[in-house]
Design a binder for this molecule. Sequence first.
Ligand code: ATP
Ligand code: MG
Ligand code: FE
Length: 344
Amino acid sequence: PLILGIETSCDETSAAVLRGERDLLGHVIFTQDIHTLYGGVVPELASRAHLRTVDDVVEGALREAGVTLADIDVVGVTAGPGLIGALLVGVSWGKAAAFAAGKPVVGVHHMEGHLFATHLEHPGAEPPFVGLLVSGGHTMLLWVPAWGEYRLLGATRDDAAGEAFDKAAKILGLGYPGGPSIQRAATEGDPARHPLPRPLLNRGERPGDREYYDMSFSGLKNALRLLARDLESKGTLAEETPHVAASFQAAAVDVLTAKTMRAVREMNCPRVVLGGGVANSRALREALARKLGSRGELYAPSPRLSTDNAAMIARAALFRWRRGETGGLDLNARADLPFPGLTR
Ligand code: ATP
Ligand code: MG
Ligand code: FE
């Protein structure tokens, strides 16, 4: 089947035409740059920018694929979670297009999309696997015995991993988004020079304890803030910034890696699938690959499919559509849409 995917949950307006499981015929991602002025996403501006661009973005993806709306078999659109005004633009557009073309529409959970992004590029990223979803708004450690069955092993108790990178970068006066700028600054830095805390790292005795898999990043951020203030008062912050960035990155990666490896041991499954923007972190990938060793399998999305995109939404829509889970004109956007099939 030919699937049209639409994503407007945050600050990317994106559309994709996917044929079957991994034949990406057209894909357009428009990143709204207005938000860089504010150092974060402004919801009202995001909705308006989606409204202005969604027609052209979908048109662009269809043109690139060499198809028209009439050729599409199913429309998949992000129904949540995300910014409600932003989501509504995509959902309304998707419903209208599906109605006009007489085709079904499928509401997709954005994080299930992030999980499917990796599978789109890597056929080996098949269940069973340990899934680590690390993005700007979410941090989830999952056990995935089959597609559609997601056991939430652990999650962050405060800031998401990506959010922590973004806030750290802001404290250090590095650019937004924070992950890439921290990574760049850290290449010249010594990660052992400024010891920073690794919250919950060794907490929890056994898998039944929440702390065994849960994560926390706000304590790390606060420690970074104090360190930066201290260096600032000594007048050495500028020269120390690469080391501070490297130390922060190492602490965050240590936590993510340790919790993921606990799941790998406990589930006796050395296959790990990463999803979300933080999956781009070179330090994270290297640490996990090292820990997994030669009998392990690590799958991560390419940079383009790691952050928000409609290809992953089309892929997740295909899965839901095959299970007969199509919506009608009553499909609605929900800022807090529950993850389908998620259990604790
Ligand atoms: P969500 O999917 O939870 O709604 P989001 O879609 O905004 O959030 P993504 O687009 O998946 O999040 O990821 C963006 C995040 O990834 C940002 O917080 C960014 O700092 C982070 N990130 C990107 N590259 C890296 C990197 N190399 N190292 C660490 N973090 C990174
Ligand atoms: Mg974004
Ligand atoms: Fe996302």
